[in-house]
Design a protein around this ligand. Structure first.
Ligand SMILES: [Fe+2]
Ligand SMILES: [Fe+2]
Length: 489
């Protein structure tokens, strides 16, 4: 147990400068809020705290960040009016610091009551509070900081020990808090500014990725689904201390994962649209052209008095072509296709017409899947395209890994993936999570006749097989399936 002495809590000129230096270097708002609260709570020996940012247009306080060493509840941003009906609102309105010994026994002089909903929900007991305004150099309000439950000892608070452990905040705490408001205000202003710029970037890029999805009709909703799977998977891994004791998420990591997911296929910008438009081996419109040619060939055969057996054979070959367009082919079908490409008939103008063009023949002759080697190369290029696109964006230091994480969603632990061929030890865990989500969506969501369109159980089996072969992270795949997370999508 650590006894927090008065001298330990006292801020020195050195630590003030160090804090100022730390804060002005942080550009990510979430990291900034986290650091501000952590450092001030550390200086004052407090168990919890919250930051409100003032929105002067709406005259509201936005509940932007909270920390609590004793209980954890999911965070949700909300706004309250900047009026005297709440502790933070009172501080915002009056511009004065509040030091409350016990918020459950407030003095009559205060117009506000204490909102007990958080305590009720979490089983926490808020007792002492130090709330102070954050103002800039012109004395304009930037936000309100609320520091909660100064502790005698560094132990988690419970309903049983709270009265014994919690102390009221003192004059020194108030002095420390007030001396920090200038630097916090400056850092917050910068942070909010960067945050707005980043949000603009994010919404621009999200819109761009939506527009890109329109080019790929058979993958509609893919980015949203991959993002949702990854977010759920990561938050379940965060909660699971048995399988993933060292894996944890926070607001910055949430952001890194979300950005990486939203942007992972942005490199498809560099892939020709006609490849995405394929629902079989042939490009759109080609099947109709072939059907017309077969009709013409049959009509010409009939006019030329050719035997019915020939028109029947043409019907059979057309059926073979239609099937070959959406299925893998064997030698027998390849022979039939060769017959078609060699068949030339004379139309009513006396012109020679080939039943099947060389390009159609080459496409239909793809043995497996629906893409040629060149098309596969183009498609695979999208991952490197994602990296090239994203690395040119001036990310903040905290988000600098987004390009590599996003671009690595087709990497495999055994090193046979693309674009970099990174192996297990060097792969970011978010890329491994994304590869699992990508795989699951690939198996379940392709609406094309040649697509996988598997049922969840079947897709789960396919993922296990991929993991066995070294294509996916085994531990994550097992977790995704054993905890039945896949069934939610
Ligand atoms: Fe991809
Ligand atoms: Fe993808």
């Amino acid at each position: 147990m650590i006894l927090l002495t008065e001298s330990e809590l006292k801020i020195t000129g050195e630590s003030f400068l160090e804090l100022a230096y730390t804060l002005v270097r942080i550009r990510d708002l979430d990291v900034l809020l986290e650091t501000i609260l952590k450092r001030i709570r550390g200086m004052l020996g407090a168990d919890a705290g919250s930051i409100f940012i003032y929105d002067d247009e709406k005259d509201e306080l936005i509940f932007k960040y909270t920390q609590n060493d004793s209980v954890q509840l999911p965070f949700k941003e909300f706004s309250i009016p900047a009026n005297e009906e709440s502790i933070a609102g009172y501080v915002a309105k009056t511009g004065s610091t509040l030091r409350l010994k016990d918020v459950y026994h407030l003095e009559d002089e205060y117009p506000f009551g204490f909102n007990v909903s958080f305590d009720k929900m979490s089983g926490y007991r808020t007792k002492s509070v130090l709330a102070f305004p954050i103002t800039d150099l012109n004395d304009q309000l930037t936000g309100v900081l609320q520091i909660i439950n100064k502790k005698r000892y560094e132990v988690p608070l419970t309903l049983e020990n709270v009265n014994r452990i919690v102390l009221p905040f003192n004059d020194n705490d108030e002095m420390v808090a007030e001396s920090l408001t200038g630097v916090i205000s400056l850092a917050l202003e910068n942070g909010v500014l960067y945050d707005n710029l980043e949000k603009m970037n994010e919404s621009f890029i999200t819109e761009l990725s939506k527009a890109l999805e329109n080019r790929e009709p058979f993958s509609m909703g893919h980015v949203n689904r991959v993002t949702a799977i990854c977010e759920t998977l990561a938050s379940e891994m965060h909660r699971d201390l048995d399988d993933f004791p060292d894996f944890f998420m926070n607001r910055l990591k949430d952001k890194i994962l979300r950005y990486s997911c939203r942007l992972h296929d942005i490199g498809k910008l560099f892939v020709p649209e006609k490849i995405f438009a394929k629902s079989g081996k042939l490009y759109p419109g080609m099947t109709e052209n072939i059907e017309n040619r077969f009709r013409l060939a049959k009509a010409c055969a009939r006019l030329g008095g050719r035997p019915k057996v020939l028109t029947d054979e043409l019907d059979r070959l057309l059926a073979v072509i239609k099937d070959a367009n959406i299925s893998d082919i064997d030698d027998k079908i390849a022979e039939d296709l060769a017959k078609c490409v060699g068949y030339i008939f004379e139309d009513s103008d006396g012109e020679d017409v080939k039943l099947l063009s060389e390009e159609e023949y080459a496409l239909l002759s793809i043995r497996e899947g629906i893409y040629t080697e060149d098309e596969l190369k183009s498609l695979r290029f999208h991952a490197l395209g994602t990296y090239e696109f994203l690395r040119n964006i001036p990310w903040t230091a905290e988000l600098r890994d987004v390009p590599v994480i996003a671009a690595s969603h087709h990497e495999k632990p055994d090193g046979t993936g693309y674009p970099f061929g990174t192996t297990d030890a060097d792969l970011h865990i978010f890329s491994k999570i994304m590869a699992v989500a990508e795989g699951y969506d690939h198996y379940t969501a392709d609406p094309r006749p040649c697509g996988q369109s598997m049922m969840p159980e079947e897709a789960a089996k396919a993922l296990r097989k991929d993991a066995e072969s070294g294509a996916l992270d085994k531990k994550i795949v097992n977790f995704f399936i054993n905890k039945e997370i896949y069934k939610r999508f």
